[in-house]
Design a protein around this ligand. Structure first.
Ligand SMILES: Nc1ncnc2c1ncn2[C@@H]1O[C@H](COP(=O)(O)OP(=O)(O)OP(=O)(O)O)[C@@H](O)[C@H]1O
Ligand SMILES: [Mg+2]
Length: 620
């Protein structure tokens, strides 16, 4: 209830907010690198606008030549001039379009790459909270929305202002009285145009939100795990109804904004037709009294039709500008998210050689939603008050270079959390995590990545070939390196038996690897990367004994000669560890070697007994 309230009022605030100067300046910033193209484009637009005023004047000249019985040559020359103008206009029009299309696509490119780069810098916490669909919609719909209005508006505004000015000058030159009268109808345009602009912008913003929500629903429900969940437990009818509700709203908005726009255009057309009647009436009256040449009347009428066209365009340019700004704002909103975890200026590389791992009185709470994400990107943020609760309460330990430290303890004790602090997926709140004696916050992201290798509980594979998934860890690895890693991970035989071998596509929609195979593939990836420090977060899923033996052997290879932090659910894995820590409720409650801890007869001994009395139950 309150969440809805907050969301609702937030949307409302956004609607009322006027287009800010800062936003405009920022849009200008995106245009700056293309200023030469932009200048050429504007100059061309102005020239074209000038040409547009030429032909009505020339047409009037022809009429006058007829009335004054001038020689045929004059008419022919003027007609040729009109043809020349038309040709020039067509040629320049194409050139202009080429420029504006180029500018628009450049803008899309710049915005897209900026958003992608920025989002990639966001910490893991951001992706845990943010709905992928909403994010993708920012990258697609909004970026394109920004571009469309940007180019359409630019060409429109620049050219039309000039056309308007030149046309007015020409008209006043012919008859200021008629011009004045024709312009009296002008306010009828401008006033509703402002209203209409705001209204259409509001409709478009709402449609964008609904589109993003539908995108989210689709990406979430149509992923293999999501679809499975809906089939097993979900309410498909409810899902469909929800989707249809949104889709219908988008349809209604589409119809409404189309009608709003066309009502407006129709009104404008009508007003300009009325003004035309006025020109013919009044101009005819003057012409009959010989106070106006017939040619001037023709020029005047033609100019008038050209006057209202740019007016219409300028009036709807407002709408375009508004919706462009909306799109830009939605994109900027993402760009403005400050990544919580950033490389320090002057960060250093991890010291050479074998490195130690040290946790020094580490306290940590998962960041709360408002710190890591945008409410508009996640929808349910305000419902989730978790986060901010301390999960680790002063954890200290040290693994000397080449040593293996093992973490055991109940589910939810904080083991994975400890593991995630080492590669800086999160930063500690107090205390320090050190690698080779250096605080990880003082290290460069690249060297951290090169030094650490992590196998997580739910090792993810990209939807790509086995080869590509492995090469992610070390792009320059040779074919031999790959097979070597696979052999050591006890996976070579399986992959050789696949018809496509290394080119078999795995991941979300690819070949299904079993839990154990998947785990060994992530271990192979680790072996290929040859990190100096290994972090293993063992999967909880119980494997059959052959699989388990294979994983065990692969793990043994991975740990050989490296500093390691191993989270083990199967205690057999860690009997050889140099130091075993028992973690409960975010604290180290026991520490020592396997033998020490068994002898001490505490929590570890209890865990160990449970596991070996009931070997089929996955130990926690
Ligand atoms: N992204 C997150 N945001 C907020 N709280 C989290 C997040 N991830 C984990 N927690 C909480 O932190 C605590 C420790 O979780 P952690 O994943 O470290 O446990 P674990 O010891 O690895 O458990 P398991 O053995 O089941 O893997 C739990 O209470 C969990 O609910
Ligand atoms: Mg865990």
């Amino acid at each position: 209830m309150t969440a809805w309230h907050q969301l609702y009022s937030m949307n409302n605030q956004k609607e009322r907010r006027p287009v800010s100067r800062a936003t405009l300046r920022r849009i200008g910033g995106f245009a700056r690198p293309h200023r030469r193209k932009l200048a050429l484009f504007l100059v061309l637009s102005v020239v074209m606008a000038g040409l547009a005023v030429g032909s009505p004047l020339l047409a009037g000249r022809v009429v006058d030549a007829i009335f004054n019985s001038e020689p045929l040559d004059v008419v022919v020359v003027v007609a040729l001039a009109i043809a020349g103008l038309a040709l020039a206009e067509a040629g320049l029009g194409l050139l202009n379009r080429w420029l504006s299309a180029g500018l628009g696509e450049d803008l899309i490119l710049d915005l897209r790459t900026a958003v992608f780069d920025h989002v990639q810098k966001m910490p893991v916490a951001f992706f845990m909270r943010t709905r992928t669909g909403a994010l993708v919609s920012r990258l697609n719909n909004d970026v394109i929305g920004a571009q469309r209005a940007f180019t359409d508006t630019l060409s429109g505004v620049a050219g039309n202002i000039v056309t308007l000015a030149l046309t007015l000058i020409a008209m006043i030159g012919i008859s200021w009285q008629i011009t004045l009268l024709a312009l009296l109808l002008l306010p009828v345009f401008v006033l509703p145009a402002r209203r209409m602009g705001t209204r259409i912008a509001r409709l478009r913003r709402e449609a964008a939100d609904h589109n993003a929500a539908m995108g989210t629903q689709m990406t979430e429900r149509f992923s293999a795990p999501g679809a499975t969940l809906v089939k097993l437990f979900g309410r498909p009818a409810h899902e469909s109804a929800e989707f249809a509700r949104r889709a219908r709203r988008v349809r209604d908005i589409g119809v409404r904004s189309a009608m709003t726009q066309s009502a407006f255009v129709t009104a404008l057309t009508l007003v300009s037709a009325l003004a035309l009647a006025l020109v013919y009436g009044l101009g005819g009256f003057y012409a009959l009294r010989d106070q106006l040449a017939p040619g001037a009347l023709v020029s005047m009428a033609m100019l008038l039709t050209r006057l209202y066209a740019p007016l219409t365009a300028l009036a709807s340019a407002r709408v375009d500008v508004m919706s462009a700004v909306v799109s830009f704002e939605r994109v900027f909103e993402v760009l403005d998210l400050e990544p919580l975890i950033k490389e320090k200026p002057g960060a250093r590389a991890v010291p050479e050689g074998p490195v130690s791992v040290e946790f020094d009185d580490v306290r940590f709470a998962y960041p709360s939603a408002d710190k890591v994400s945008l409410a508009s990107l996640e929808e349910v943020a305000t419902l989730d008050s978790r986060g901010g609760v301390e999960v680790l309460h002063g954890v200290s330990f040290r693994a000397e270079p080449g040593q293996m430290v093992a973490l055991v303890g109940s589910s939810g004790a904080g083991k994975s959390t400890i593991a995630q602090l080492l590669p800086r997926l999160y930063d500690v709140d107090s205390g320090a995590v050190r690698l080779g004696g250096v605080d990880v916050r003082d290290l460069t992201a690249d060297s951290l990545r090169d030094t650490l290798g992590m196998v997580t509980q739910d090792g993810h594979l990209f939807h790509d070939t086995i080869r590509a998934n492995l090469l992610l860890a070390r792009p320059e690895a040779s074919e031999d390196d790959i097979w070597d890693a696979l052999t050591r991970a006890r996976l070579a035989t399986l992959i050789e038996s696949l018809p496509d071998g290394l080119d078999t596509v795995v991941g979300e929609r690819g070949y299904r690897l079993s839990g154990g195979e998947r785990q060994r593939l992530t271990i192979a990836r680790l072996l290929l990367a040859r990190p100096r420090v290994v972090i293993l977060d063992e999967a909880t899923a119980a494997l059959d004994s052959t699989s388990e033996a294979a994983v065990q052997a692969a793990l043994g290879e991975a740990l050989e000669g490296r500093t390691a932090v191993v989270i083990a659910h199967r205690l057999s894995t860690i009997r050889a560890a140099d130091l075993i820590l028992v973690i409960e409720d975010g604290r180290v409650v026991e520490r020592g070697t396997h033998a020490d801890l068994l002898a001490a007869g505490g929590r570890y001994e209890e865990l160990y007994r449970t596991q070996f009395d009931e070997p089929t139950v996955a130990a926690v």
